[in-house]
Design a binder for this molecule. Structure first.
Ligand code: ADP
Length: 296
């Protein structure tokens, strides 16, 4: 279907352009003959050439715009089908393992308490993963439908960033923090937490085995800078803007080892621009990435 649309577009465009040139040629020839017969000057020919060129440029511009929009649609539908594949997989995996843990616990009620605790913790972890994935899908839907409303309030950002980091550290790993105290701003706490947790989750996911994650918060020239850095695989320059688009994931579904939906960074960047902030990604010296957020 996608190929058919592209072929149809190219055939139609070539036909329209050739027809345009053909009729233009005839019009000039006709004007030429009329000019000779009536002994008039050739200003009409120049008019035809001049206006024809403008029409031709407009036609080319229109065709180029249609081509760009078809390509965007094709890319989006590819990303959407990748998204469906990975979401289905990611919903099924934790559900299946939770079901197995529950069945085992039900069947072997005299199981060693340590084993029981381990299974319950694993089940809790997968439930948390499921919850945050569903939360992300809901937030993306609310953003797309313009149903998200901000509740901004004067907040001690330093305390809030510390709180989110400490909560995250309990379930994951230690974060190296460099947080200037008493930085305050008008923020929506839900936005701040969603953004920070998404960035922290990604840092851990893409940092490999010896993950080192740092968070910094500082105020510079009237701007608040919040950054999350990791020592992971880093992001190639050509993807530095792409990764903030919906469903974008680097690599392909077959070779990718990390789970994900491609929604996290889209949500982060949309929430920030809705909130009046921006985000960019830079290379970290020594490898890895730094995600830098500016709030004004
Ligand atoms: P996903 O659910 O795939 O993690 P995201 O929108 O959060 O979706 O991220 C989009 C893509 O950006 C990821 O698939 C990954 O390829 C890349 N990426 C995100 N964060 C990092 C990071 N800290 N280091 C390296 N690559 C990253």
């Amino acid at each position: 279907m996608k190929n058919q649309t592209t072929i149809f577009f190219y055939v139609l465009s070539t036909y329209v352009v050739l027809q345009f040139l053909w009729w233009g040629f005839h019009l000039i020839e006709l004007s030429n003959e009329l000019a000779v017969q009536n002994n008039t000057n050739k200003s009409r020919i120049f008019m035809v050439i001049g206006e024809g060129s403008v029409f031709f440029l407009i036609l080319l511009l229109g065709l180029w715009k249609i081509r760009t929009s078809i390509q965007k649609d094709i890319q989006l539908s590819q990303r959407q089908s990748n998204f469906l594949l990975s979401v289905t997989h990611e919903l099924k995996t934790p559900l299946a393992s939770n079901k197995l843990y529950l069945q085992t616990l039900l069947k072997h009620q005299n199981l060693d308490p340590n084993k029981q605790e381990k299974m319950l913790k694993e089940a809790l972890n997968s439930s948390n993963r499921l919850e945050s994935m569903i939360e992300n899908i809901l937030t993306a839907t609310r953003l797309d439908n313009h149903k998200l409303e901000l509740v901004k309030a004067m907040t001690n950002l330093s305390d809030e960033v510390n709180r989110v980091c400490q909560k995250w550290e309990i379930e994951h790993i230690k974060i190296e923090k460099s947080i200037t105290s008493n930085i305050s701003a008008m923020v929506d706490v839900f936005v701040l937490e969603t953004v920070l947790v998404n960035l922290l989750d990604n840092s851990l996911k893409y940092a490999g085995k010896e993950a080192q994650i740092s968070v910094s918060l500082q105020e510079k020239d009237g701007e608040i800078l919040l950054s999350v850095a990791d020592n992971g695989v880093g992001i190639p320059d050509k993807f530095k803007k792409e990764i903030f688009k919906k469903f974008t994931r680097i690599g392909n579904e077959e070779t990718r080892t990390q789970k994900g939906t491609g929604l996290g960074l889209y949500i982060v960047s949309e929430l920030l621009s809705f909130h009046g902030g921006e985000i960019e990604v830079k290379d970290r010296t020594g490898g890895g990435s730094i995600f830098e957020i500016r709030l004004s």
